[in-house]
Design a binder for this molecule. Structure first.
Ligand SMILES: *[C@@H]1O[C@H](CO)[C@@H](O)[C@H](O)[C@H]1NC(C)=O
Length: 239
């Protein structure tokens, strides 16, 4: 009887310790906002408007990578990350999950990662201006993500293709992007918030070169972002 009680207590306390450790990791979660257009929302494995359901090994789910769903509840992150966000198109694999898993691989003690998907396919930079619904939605979701604790570590931004159609849009992209980033940092009260920009390299078409965000780099938006002991060197070739 005594032995049973002892076993029970042992199991009970180890469970309790585990769940309080999980709770504290949850409270201290590292939040990353995912924003932009279809490249971020994820179209990997989508053929004829249907996702093939294949999840590459680097995009697998695990209990320490969470996702803020459309109802602003945290749940275990699972591909496609934007399925309930970019709802008018078929979503597939995007960069968010692979990013989270590689951060955990580089820094295993980082604890819980919370991803906040906000990307919508086909959108241009004007639609992300302060005051527009995409911008407001991003800010609201970022704030909702903080309610139960955690720190926003960075915004991952993958957008620009929609602004390559006209020369004028491409030329004003740098300034629009800079304003977007500065407004976002102000509205999230995080003046040094790292913004990690993903863009295609090696494409030599004129319009795409025109939106190459050199302007953003010049204002020091992203270069050597330093995140909680992680040193990420983001350069032209390896972003
Ligand atoms: C951006 O997209 C919106 C919605 O499709 C459109 O109304 C607007 O004209 C576009 N703006 C630019 C500058 O292309």
């Amino acid at each position: 009887m005594l032995l049973l009680l002892l076993i029970f207590l042992l199991v009970f306390y180890s469970d309790l310790a585990r769940s309080s450790q999980l709770r504290s990791e949850f409270k201290h979660k590292n939040i990353f906002i995912l924003a932009g257009q279809s490249n971020m929302a994820g179209r990997g494995g989508v053929i004829d408007e249907k996702w093939d359901g294949i999840i590459p090994s680097e995009c697998q789910s695990n209990s320490l990578v969470l996702r803020l769903n459309a109802r602003t509840n945290w749940e275990e992150a699972r591909e496609p990350l934007h399925a309930d966000i970019d709802v008018t198109k078929a979503c597939g694999i995007g960069p968010g999950m692979a990013f989270a898993n590689s951060v955990r691989e580089i820094e295993p003690r980082i604890g819980t990662i919370g991803l906040v998907p906000c990307a919508i396919g086909g959108t241009n930079i004007s639609e992300w201006h302060r005051g527009m619904s995409l911008y407001n939605n991003l800010v609201n979701r970022a704030k909702a993500a903080l309610i139960q604790g955690g720190t926003i570590r960075a915004i991952l931004w993958y957008q620009g293709e929609s602004d390559t159609i006209s020369q004028a849009d491409a030329e004003s992209y740098g300034l629009n992007l800079k304003n977007f980033m500065l407004d976002l940092r102000a509205d999230l009260q995080s003046p040094m918030l790292p913004i990690i920009q993903i863009w295609e390299v090696g494409v030599s078409s004129q319009s795409i070169r025109a939106v190459d965000p050199d302007h953003a780099l010049e204002i020091g938006v992203l270069h050597n972002s330093r995140l909680n002991g992680l040193h990420w060197h983001l350069d032209k070739e390896h972003s």
